[in-house]
Design a protein around this ligand. Structure first.
Ligand code: SF4
Length: 289
């Protein structure tokens, strides 16, 4: 039996679970009934940050069972807790907010919240991209229209927050090397995004579903990365970080099942029923209640 030596990161679900998108493949919906503002949840959120920081963690990710920006007060509260932890020594160099980006096209929304979130320690906003064709991006989100990515990215950068993209690999869309390269080149060349993370859409337990790209399609993307990039470092849980013409590309899996025989934890996950688990798959991975 191994002892835990390293806890790389914390991912926390925040907010009401409300969402301004309506994706057919949404993996967060099943967690919406748990959305709450429970005092024990906030206590365990703080403990998870401090535990990961003590075990060498380097990033905090705020996400939601819906869209976190639809409940900006909850994002603010989470960042206030983080700020307190950072003041007590539990500092993360990367504090990321994961978002569908829709509300960030609204400059009044950004003016109200982004300077505050930056002051509270937010370093990056990761916008989920299903296609660089905005019509297809709107379709994926179940919307008539998706805002211009230029406006979203300009609004984020204006307040000194880094722009990242989560490029989602999905059957029928970005599902092979050709489409992956097109999307990456567009994000870098047209939109100036230089930090892109990708993973295949899958079920909440990491298993394949009808939206997951084919095994062969994913292989072609790995092969393309091998031929066209330089590996910066591998992840112990699989995948890695690559240098592509000076931009960071990261390929990983949607979730990693916790293995109690390994001496590392990819991420502590803070669920809104106040459970903290060693992975998104809670069974056999309980850490705090
Ligand atoms: S934007 Fe995210 S939370 Fe909202 S429906 Fe789509 S996948 Fe689900």
């Amino acid at each position: 039996m191994a002892c835990i030596e390293k806890i790389y990161s914390v991912s926390a679900l925040v907010g009401s679970g409300a969402c301004n998108g309506n994706c057919a493949f949404c993996a967060g919906k099943y967690l919406r009934p748990q959305a709450s503002d429970d005092a024990i949840y906030w206590k365990n959120f703080e403990s998870a940050i401090k535990l990961s920081a003590r075990y060498g963690g380097w990033s905090l990710s705020l996400t939601s069972s819906g869209e976190p920006t639809c409940d900006p007060d909850a994002v603010t509260k989470a960042l206030c807790v983080y700020q307190k932890c950072a003041g007590e020594g539990a500092y993360f160099p990367n504090v990321n907010l994961f978002t569908n980006g829709i509300l960030l096209a609204d400059s009044a929304f950004c003016e109200k919240w982004l300077p505050l979130w930056k002051d509270l320690g937010l370093t990056n906003i990761a916008v989920s991209i299903h296609s660089v064709d905005l019509k297809k991006q709107a379709e994926a989100y179940g919307l008539e229209q998706y805002p211009d990515l230029r406006n979203i990215f300009a609004n984020i950068r204006k307040y000194g927050i880094g722009v990242r993209c989560t490029l989602l690999l999905r059957r029928g869309e970005i599902n092979n090397a050709k489409k992956y390269q097109e999307a990456v080149d567009t994000l870098i060349g047209t939109y100036g995004v230089d930090n892109i993370t990708s993973w295949p859409v899958a079920n909440p337990d990491g298993s394949r579903n009808s939206f997951t790209p084919s095994w062969w399609g994913l292989c072609t993307i790995r092969l393309w990365l091998h031929r066209n990039t330089k590996l910066c470092h591998g992840h112990v849980w699989g995948g890695g970080v690559y240098d592509y013409k000076g931009a960071i590309l990261r390929l990983t899996d949607y979730v990693t099942k916790h293995d109690p025989k390994k001496d590392f934890v990819r991420q502590l996950v803070v669920f809104q029923d106040a459970t903290v688990a060693y992975s998104w798959i809670r069974e056999g991975a309980l850490c705090m209640k």
